[in-house]
Design a binder for this molecule. Structure first.
Ligand code: NAP
Length: 245
């Protein structure tokens, strides 16, 4: 089988880490991007290498246009190409609207939505040249149903859905598929801040009665990358234990 290369943004922990490990297991060469969590990024690279895979870590803030270009260029330089881009890097900064400052809104939009645009913008010329490519964007159920205290996050994740669908229409004829995944509540640092009481209440409201794991998302990413998904584009796949239906 031809070895393919996948670039995963925010791959140093949480969902991104699970995606890196899963795709590496499937034989992909992994380029994982991180912003500051160098120890986490090195740990993921070592885990992959110790299992016989290939991986590199590339530092860069995806919300910065030049950084995003540098991450794509470095990946290209080392692996020669990029077959799969997973836009996973994301942040929250939850506040009710009365307390939310302009910078609280801008920061979340800049990382989650603009960061996705920045990476797509720089990778698409390469995928067009290859006449193939897979782009997977991490949205959220919150981008579909909204959430009090998360207007910035919900707007960024809803924006990702519009971006995904537009890109799918634009690039479908060129062999590039673009899909989004909308996770529900997944056990990572992002949801660690929730109290045990809130987590118990959440579990109770989820039809499958548990929070998700990074691996639940990684499984769907691996399917969307595969030839089995070759007729799927422009979709938002909820991976949420039935939370939103
Ligand atoms: P996480 O554990 O907080 O990890 C976030 C990752 O993104 C880290 O590797 C972090 O690296 C990186 N990152 C953050 N800002 C970055 C930037 N500006 N440039 C490059 N990398 C950056 O988050 P997670 O829970 O795994 O979430 C991953 C994605 O899934 C996010 O897009 C999130 O919105 C989405 N999601 C998560 C859940 C959930 O329940 N966990 C639900 C729905 C959607 P550094 O620490 O180095 O910055």
């Amino acid at each position: 089988m031809e070895i393919r290369c996948a670039l995963i943004t925010g791959g140093s922990r949480g969902i991104g880490k699970a995606i890196c490990l899963k795709l590496a297991k499937l034989g992909y060469k992994i380029a994982l991007n991180y912003r500051s969590d160098e120890a986490g990024a090195i740990e993921v690279v070592n885990l992959i290498k110790n299992n016989g895979g290939e991986a590199i870590a590339i530092k860069g803030d995806v919300s910065n246009y030049e950084d995003a270009l540098n991450v794509i260029e470095k990946t290209k330089e080392i692996y020669g190409t990029i077959d799969v881009l997973v836009n996973n890097a994301g942040i929250t900064n939850d506040k009710l609207i009365l307390r939310m400052k302009e910078e609280d809104f801008d920061k979340v939009i800049n990382v989650n939505l603009k960061g996705t645009f920045n990476c797509v913008k720089h990778v698409v010329p390469l995928m067009l040249k290859n006449k193939r490519g897979v782009i997977i964007n991490l949205s959220s159920v919150i981008g579909i149903i909204g959430n009090a205290g998360q207007s910035n996050y919900a707007a960024s994740k809803a924006g990702i859905i519009g971006l995904t669908k537009s890109l799918a229409k634009e690039l479908g004829g060129k062999g590039i598929r673009v899909n989004a995944i909308a996770p529900g509540f997944i056990k990572t640092d992002m949801t660690e801040a929730l109290s045990e009481t809130v987590k118990e209440k959440l579990k109770d409201s989820i039809p499958l009665k548990r929070l998700g794991d990074g691996e639940d998302i990684a499984e769907v990413v691996s399917f969307l990358c595969s030839d089995g998904a070759s007729y799927i584009t422009g979709q938002v796949i909820n991976v949420d234990g039935g939370m939103v239906m």
